[in-house]
Design a protein around this ligand. Structure first.
Ligand code: NAD
Length: 266
C-alpha cells in the first residue's frame, strides 16, 4: 500500500508529518506522492480539500485519511497524537472505506470553450460589483430569475460549510443530493426568488444562465476563479465519489454536535 502525506505549514502539522513518516518507514510502507493508494492529510478540513484537488484525477483508486491538529474537522477523524494507532490501523487494513458524493460543474464560455471542475464542498457564482442576475433552470425547465449577491451549490459533506452560512440545511452525507442556497437574494414586489434552500434529487441538475457581465467570480471549494464571459454553468452530482479509509466510525450527527454546539463537552 503506497502512501502520500499532505501536511499544512503549521508547526504541529510539520511535527506530526515527521513522526508519521518515521512510523510509516519503520512499518515498511512505501511513500509515493505520484501514485498513492492512501493519502493522509495533516492539518484541518482545508488541508483535506487541497489534497482532494491534488489527487482529483485518481479518485477511483485513492482513499483519504484526515489527521487534524486543531479542532475536530468534518473530513478529519484522527488526532495528531494518535499516529501510532493510525499506522497500526493501516497495517491491519482490509480495504474498509466509505464514499461521499461530489459536485460536477461545467461552465460554458462565450468563445465556445468549456471548463469542467469537481468540488468536494461547494461551488459558488457571485459578482464582484453590482447585483448578480441569472436565470435558473432545473433540468431544462426555467425556474426563476435570481437577483442578489450569488448562488451556492453544495454537496452533502459541504452542507456544514458555506452552504450552512447561507441558511442551508445540514444534509447527512449518505444522501445523494445537492443543495442550492441563495446569497443575499433580492425579494420585493418586483423581483422574486424561492428564498429558501433547495435540495435536488440525484438525477436532477441546475443550470445558471447569467446576464453577460465581465465581473463574475466563481469559487470551487477554497479556489477562486475569475472566468471569462460565462454563458451557462451546469451543476450536477458527479459520477466520481471521494473515498475515505474508514478504520473507525464517528456518527455524523455527533460530529455536527461537536462542531456547532459542543454542549456535550461541558
Ligand atoms: P478557510 O480557512 O476560510 O476555512 C473556512 C472554515 O470552513 C474552516 O473553519 C474550515 O474548517 C471549515 N470547513 C471547511 N470545510 C468544511 C465542511 N465541509 N464542513 C464544515 N466546516 C468546513 O478556508 P478553507 O479551510 O480552505 O475552506 C474552504 C471552505 O471555506 C470553502 O469550501 C467554503 O465552504 C468555506 N467558506 C465559508 C464561507 C462562509 O461560511 N461564509 C465563506 C467562504 C468560504
Amino acid at each position: 500500500m503506497r502512501i502520500a502525506i499532505v501536511a499544512n505549514s503549521g508547526v504541529k502539522s510539520r511535527a506530526a508529518e515527521t513522526k508519521l513518516k518515521q512510523a510509516l518507514v519503520a512499518a515498511k510502507f512505501p511513500l509515493d506522492e505520484a501514485r498513492p493508494d492512501v493519502v493522509i492529510t495533516i492539518g484541518g478540513d482545508g488541508t483535506l480539500l487541497s489534497a482532494f484537488h491534488r489527487y482529483a484525477s485518481q479518485l477511483n483508486r485513492v482513499r483519504f485519511i484526515g489527521v487534524h491538529t486543531g479542532h475536530l474537522g468534518f473530513y478529519t477523524d484522527w488526532r495528531d497524537y494518535e499516529i501510532d494507532a493510525l499506522v497500526e490501523a493501516l497495517r491491519n487494513d482490509s480495504g474498509e472505506s466509505v464514499s461521499y458524493p461530489l459536485l460536477d460543474i461545467l461552465a460554458d464560455y462565450e468563445d465556445g470553450t468549456t471548463s469542467h471542475y469537481l468540488a468536494l464542498n461547494e461551488a459558488t457564482l457571485k459578482r464582484t460589483s453590482g447585483t448578480m442576475r441569472t436565470d435558473v433552470y432545473i433540468k431544462e425547465n426555467f425556474f426563476e430569475s435570481f437577483r442578489g449577491d450569488g448562488l451556492c451549490v453544495a454537496t452533502p459533506t459541504g452542507s456544514t460549510a458555506y452552504s450552512k452560512s447561507n441558511g442551508g440545511a445540514v444534509i447527512h452525507p449518505r444522501l445523494d443530493a445537492m443543495q442550492v442556497t441563495e446569497i443575499a437574494s433580492i425579494n420585493n414586489r418586483v423581483f422574486r426568488t424561492l428564498a429558501a434552500p433547495m435540495i435536488l434529487a440525484p438525477d436532477e441538475w441546475v443550470i445558471l444562465r447569467p446576464e453577460p457581465f465581465q465581473d463574475y467570480v466563481m469559487s470551487i471549494d477554497q479556489f477562486t476563479i475569475t472566468p471569462q464571459l460565462v454563458t451557462a454553468i451546469r451543476f450536477r452530482i458527479a459520477d466520481e465519489r471521494i473515498h475515505f479509509a474508514r478504520y473507525r466510525h464517528m456518527h455524523f450527527w455527533d460530529r455536527v454536535e461537536d462542531a456547532f454546539i459542543g454542549a456535550k463537552q461541558e
